[in-house]
Structures are given as C-alpha cells and as structure tokens.
Design a protein around this ligand. Structure first.
Ligand code: AMP
Length: 410
C-alpha cells in the first residue's frame, strides 16, 4: 500500500515524501480513504501509530477543495497543550504546499495574540477545550462554520474531566458536519460520547502498541555511555548475531555508530531522514538479505520498516518518549517468531528507563556484563535480585544543593 493509492493529492504526497515516510501506517491506510469519503470515523489508535497524519492529511485535502471565509472549517480538540502544539505542527508540515491557514490555541499563555490570530482568519483550528470556550465566550471565535470535527485522544480528554467542556463546544458547532473520534481505549464513556456524536461511523481499529509482545525477551544492560559501542560490538560478535536493528536518538549518532561498527568488522549501515530514498532502500534490502549485519536507525526512519523474523533489536540509547520504546521493540517478535530486545542504559538515562517501566507496568530485567561494569557515579535503581556493584548508601538528610558543583542542566 502506498500513499498514492490512498487518493491523496500531489501537494500532500510531496510533503509526505519530504518527511521520509515510505508507506502509510495501518491506521493511515485504513482511515485516510474513509475520511476522504466524508464518513464519520471512530478510530482506536494510540500515540505512535501515525494517527495524527491519519486525520490531518485527509482533513487538509477535504478543505482544500472547498472555499472558506475567516471562520474555522475544521476543529481539532486535544486534551493537552503539548498535543495541540504537536497536531498544529503536523498540520503545518503536511499542509506546507497548500493554502490552509491553521492556528493552535491553548490555555496558560496570553489570550491576546490568539485573538489577533483568529481575527486574521483560520481554516484549521487546533485547540484545547477550556481555552476554546474562553474564546467562544468572548466571541473571538465563531465555530458555526466548522465542517469537520476531530476529537484527538478522546479518552484522555474524558479522563481529564473535559466531558462537559466538550459538550459545550459541540453545541456551538453546526449540526451537519463530519466527525472523527480518535481514542486509545474504548470505555463505556467513550462509547456513549461516540453514540451521541458520530453518524454511522466507520470503526477503525489498529493493534494496541503499548503492550509488548510476549515472545520478545527484554533486557537492560547498565553500562557507561562511553563503553556502549564496545559492548555492542562484543555482544554482536559473542552472540554471533546476524541481523540486528539498532536505534539511536540522532541521525548523526546513527551515522557514527554505523561507521564504528563497520570499523569493528561488523557490516553496518545507517538509515535516517537525511539519507536519500534510494540509499535507504538499498540499505534495507541488504539488511533483509543478510548482506549487512547491523542497521542503525532513528525512530522516524524505522517507522515504516517491516522486517520478517528480525531476531534482535538494540536500543543503543533509550528513546525520549517511552512509547517509542514499545514501537522499537515491536520490530522484533513479529508474527509469532521470537525476538530479543536489548537496551544499553547509561546512568544519564535512568529516568527514561523509569518512564518505560511505568508505561509497561513492569520492570525490565537488568544485567551487567562482565568487563563492562558501569562506573559507580550515581546509584542506579537496580532490582535487588540483580548483581550490581555495591555502593555506599546516601545519607538521608542530604542538604539540598549541598554538593556545590552540581551544575543545573540547561
Ligand atoms: P503519531 O501517532 O501521530 O503521534 O505519530 C507518531 C510518529 O510517526 C510521528 O513522529 C510521525 O512523524 C511518524 N509517522 C507518521 N506517519 C508515518 C509514516 N507513514 N511513516 C513513518 N513515520 C510516520
């Protein structure tokens, strides 16, 4: 399935190509044609599935064919400012070659610039419910021309107690409109909301991503940052690994690691957004056909990758966002085959590891590899069952700021 086959127009395809996406994610493949057809949609999809593009792309296309005034014709409601900002960015990115005007409004920041922005005219408005109602109350926004409504992360909006706000917003919209409801979970409350809101919706569901497959074994190796590359080469060689997908956080880091591994005699290539499509395709083909042992990728570059029976995934660095961990390791253990996901975690990344544990609702076993013991700088929260170098306990009432030279980061 390609983006072209989904019926998207050239300007959008161009923006998609610029993002380096090679193929639609499952939610995109399912939702885009349905939305383009004007249908209401109830979509079960979590962050990381590509859901934002799944509604943003068709939204842009639908509006492009219609003429508009100054009032918003599409309204996207999100639970948080962060999500609103993110969706706003996606609208700008995917709509780069179209003429839609978009704005993002949320609380906690000055209202006047938003009023000014709204006055200039907006086609696509992304907003959190509270601030949107403030504007509606002050008559600085007119929602009577909204043709398409999107509720993004509807379950979170309900969790955050926005149901009344949502209902108040709904009253300000025209009766006839297209409604898209995205939610990671289906509670009774969501069903209720959907029933009252959606008109003969198409139900679209993609696999939950925050649960990791049981056939994937997960392990953390605590190691000093500076020793990671050496440890990785050691593991690949000692384990006689033939196919390992390695994640780094940056494009630069991916390049450097692929070069270093190659110098260690492990055939490697990097794929990321700065590589040409042909270079990426070639690297992937060589990796799939076992000509390369290691493929080093950034999260974005790895999104569209589908590799059968991939046995090893390594997080050379933990992702900043815990959900990305799940996506990364979801590359292995597909279709019932077994896989191993290994994370090399340095002292600086302990908070990220904690976030992942919270998301998974369990702890990943930790092991320290002989010869690669982390230096005793901080005290990692290693489960008791794991052998780690013992460290002196910290005094309980350590005075804040007592360690004079602990500079504040950033
Ligand atoms: P979302 O689920 O909307 O939060 O998207 C998660 C991430 O996937 C974002 O960083 C997008 O840029 C990226 N993404 C969305 N669609 C695709 C695609 N078709 N191929 C690769 N990456 C994508």
């Amino acid at each position: 399935m390609s983006f072209e086959e989904l019926g998207l127009q050239a300007e959008l395809l161009r923006a998609i190509r610029a993002q380096g996406y090679t193929q639609p994610t499952p939610i995109q493949a399912k939702a885009i044609p349905v939305i383009l057809n004007g249908r209401d949609v109830l979509a079960g999809a979590q962050t990381g599935t590509g859901k934002t593009a799944a509604f943003t792309l068709p939204l842009l296309q639908l509006l492009e064919g219609r003429s508009g005034g100054r009032q918003p014709r599409a309204l996207v409601l999100t639970p948080t400012r962060e999500l609103a900002a993110q969706v706003g960015e996606s609208v700008a990115t995917y709509g780069a070659h179209l003429n839609q005007r978009s704005a993002v409004i949320f609380g906690g920041v000055g209202i006047n610039p938003q009023i000014e922005r709204l006055r200039r005219g907006v086609d696509i408005l992304v907003a959190t419910p509270g601030r949107l109602l403030d504007h509606a109350g002050q008559k600085t926004v007119d929602l009577s021309r909204v043709e398409i409504l999107v509720l993004d992360e509807a379950d979170r909006m309900l969790d955050m107690g926005f149901i009344h706000d949502i209902r108040r917003v709904l009253k300000l919209l025209p009766q006839k409109r297209q409604n898209l409801l995205f939610s990671a979970t289906y509670s009774d409350q969501i069903r209720q909301l959907a029933n009252g809101l959606l008109h003969q919706p198409e139900m679209i569901e993609v696999a939950r991503r925050n649960t990791t497959a049981e056939n994937v074994s997960q392990l953390v190796h605590l190691v000093d940052k500076g020793d990671k590359r050496r440890l990785l080469s050691h593991l690949i060689r000692a384990g006689d690994w033939h196919q390992v997908l390695i994640f780094t956080r940056t494009k630069h880091g991916a390049n450097r690691l692929a070069e270093q591994l190659s110098r260690d005699g492990i055939l490697s290539a990097a794929i990321h957004g700065n590589k040409s499509q042909s270079a990426r395709t070639r690297a992937l083909q060589e990796f799939k056909s076992n000509k390369l042992t290691a493929l080093v990728a950034t999260d974005i570059a790895a999104r569209g990758l589908d590799i059968d029976n991939l046995p090893h995934v390594v997080n050379f660095e933990l992702p900043n966002v815990a959900e990305d961990y799940v996506h990364r390791i979801g590359r292995t253990g597909r279709a019932g085959s077994s896989g191993a996901a290994l994370s090399l975690v340095s002292d600086e990344e302990r908070k990220l590891l904690k976030d992942i544990h919270r998301l998974l609702k369990r702890e990943i076993p930790v092991e320290i590899v002989e010869g690669f013991e982390p230096s005793p700088s901080g005290a990692p929260s290693v489960p008791a069952s794991v052998e780690a170098p013992r460290r002196p306990r910290r005094p309980r009432n350590r005075r804040r700021g007592g360690r004079g030279n602990q500079a504040k980061a950033g």
